[in-house]
Design a protein around this ligand. Sequence first.
Ligand code: GLA
Length: 386
Amino acid sequence: MNFEEMHLKFNQVFQQEYETKYFAPGRINIIGEHIDYNGGLVFPCPITLGTYALVSKRNDKMVQAYSMNFENLGVIGFSLDDLTYNKEHNWVNYVKGVAKVLLEEGYELNHGFNIVVYGNIPNGSGLSSSASLEMLCTTIFKDLFSLSITPVEAALLGKKVENEYIGVNSGIMDQFAISLGKKNQVILLDCNTLEYSYHPLQLEKHSIVIMNTNKRRELADSKYNERRSECEAALAKLQTVCDASNLCEVSLEILEAHKALLSEVEYRRVHHVITENMRVKQATVALQAGDLVQLGKLLNGSHESLCKDYEVTGTELDTLVEAAWGVEGVLGARMTGAGFGGCSIALVENGCVDNFIEAVGKKYEEEIGYAASFFVATIGDGPIRI
Ligand code: GLA
């Protein structure tokens, strides 16, 4: 896919020329998983895979939307005066959701537009195609109506769309990583205070390889919400003995001392959260010191904790990551994102990447019965009008 194909599609669908074009990336999370909704530190970055849009303004209040990823749906139209969620509107609900949240915030949207969208983030891969679309739409509305919205406000608006309009109870990490994304920088974000800092990731001799299980994340949303409830229940119990406002404020000592308050499962969930938050701090130090060997060990520790304590990995992710651990030139590997399918990442020596893909791919296919896919990640910029 290239712009020329999108351009031709726009002409064909709308019988006119587009006026503006936009891009918003997807993201990977280097470390700090299932931490954002527990008030701790995450360490994500945007990638160059993402979602593109071509847009032309309309004089009426209609939005007419076409996706090259769902060509069978054709053009889906809605009026800015009726932004109720409609299951049949499929991906276009994200566009409607962003418009709704902006109107609720008091912004004025006095005309519609025609839009063609194309995304190259593999569907359901856990690389945040939905946050990418939310931040793409926020960027479009911001540009078309000259709205003064900061990147942090944009991330919060995107999260509101996801939580309140789409109905997925996710944290702030994905929208933040995308909205504030910067080329070759990882963002260290404190999800409690929204304080953040940028950390350069220029790997001279290594690459980050994204490994997609190609497993559909079917139970992902219900299991995700189950983990959130388990954490909330454990926090309520621990708050009877300490004054933490979130699980990342609980120390390992407090957890051990009051283990008896929690069920065995709750104990493991909290153990993951506390140790993962510690690993994020250690990973930041390791990266600053250029100690990739240590960073790799922390990635491995994170995966083990997500597998044993938090139980969000599953056979496919475990197979990929364990296969990766056994290959020459690999410093570390872990699942990334919500889990239950989706993608893993591995830190691999440049000269070993081809062999890595072949060896891990072969093992995965033998054990799981279908192929995984691989991409070498590049850390790109946040959302832009191109
Ligand atoms: C999904 C959610 C994020 C975060 C991760 C797990 O990507 O959208 O908010 O909770 O899972 O770290």
